[in-house]
Design a protein around this ligand. Sequence first.
Ligand SMILES: NC(=O)c1ccc[n+]([C@@H]2O[C@H](COP(=O)([O-])OP(=O)(O)OC[C@H]3O[C@@H](n4cnc5c(N)ncnc54)[C@H](OP(=O)(O)O)[C@@H]3O)[C@@H](O)[C@H]2O)c1
Length: 355
Amino acid sequence: MVKIKQWMTKQDGLDYLMITEGEMPVPAEDEVLVEVRTVSLNYRDTEVVMGLYTHHKSVNSPPALVPCSDMCGVILAVGPSTSPGPLKVGDRVVSTFAPKHLTGQINAEMLDSGLGGPNPGVLTTHRVFPTYGLLKVPEYLTDEEVCTLPIASVTAWMSLNGMRPMGQAGGNGEVVLLQGTGGVSIAGLQIANAAGATTIITSSSDAKLAQAKALGATHTINYTTNPDWELEVLKITSNYGADIIFELGGARTLRKSFDCVAFGGLIDCVGYLSGKEDDPGDRLNANVLALRRNVTLKGILNGPKDRFDEMLGFYEEHGIRPAVDKVFSFEESKVALKYLFSGGHFGKVVVRVNE
Ligand SMILES: NC(=O)c1ccc[n+]([C@@H]2O[C@H](COP(=O)([O-])OP(=O)(O)OC[C@H]3O[C@@H](n4cnc5c(N)ncnc54)[C@H](OP(=O)(O)O)[C@@H]3O)[C@@H](O)[C@H]2O)c1
């Protein structure tokens, strides 16, 4: 029997990730066997490995699992009686984060189909997928670029376009504010720039802000040297504010977002990089803050497969190439996850699994 290699976590910390051997999986009906080429890492993966991914009350991960959800690979075999569909052996494909989330609003059952918690993830040399959990990918993108798309780019796409109907993606002339220079933010920057938005991006690092400027950011703000960055957003926009805010910081940034959102604007609640709990003595009253500027506060949970497909068309049309910061080998996966957790990256961190 041919063996495969996979990383496993007992959700007890990045130091305790283990590389293990397993049996080559065999695809059943309506499944395919994929040779994983590349995997991109997400903040979520570090939380899962550290046992800190606990805010989705309905999602219960098993005690040990293969981490990570985002991969690009090639189909090696198709299960018996699998309907031909659009996929065949040799196709290069990308995974979707929650395979059962095909269209519309996500629900608990769809969220439960998530990869890398609660289901086995993709940091493995081979994996079986249901055919509905994969999309064919545009040829112009490298394997390293493709694997960055499922969580970071789809979440960014939904933050910008989720409130607009399918087929009516927009952003032209809007002011979009992006927090930090991680995966979601840089994907959002690229999409918003291509859509014709005015983009404002924040970072703790001037060097990263220079990289963002080179990628097309209209305005940049260092949130460490300029902690009142919300006032800077108002200044840049002549007091108008931002139409769409990618709220990635959470506890320590949301109040500031309420202060610099445009009247009638949208705050996308995506992340919690500055914490999941308010600081003592700084309890937010989201009710009053939201009514003050007639704000829409929208929780974002990745996006469905049909919107992913819509996004792929937009990427191809505009020739968008995701920003890959660093590529690690499969054996270096633990180092790669620690690097991501350190926050030193710009855009995405990738693991090359098979050549
Ligand atoms: N809801 C969803 O569907 C969804 C999907 C994807 C991600 N997320 C969440 O969104 C957040 C970002 O994810 P990611 O994968 O893009 O993370 P990431 O790539 O690890 O981003 C890390 C970067 O965020 C920036 N950052 C850290 N603290 C910040 C703060 N207080 N204010 C502004 N920026 C800060 C830093 O950028 P600088 O070095 O430039 O300062 C850091 O390098 C995470 O909380 C993640 O769990 C949610």
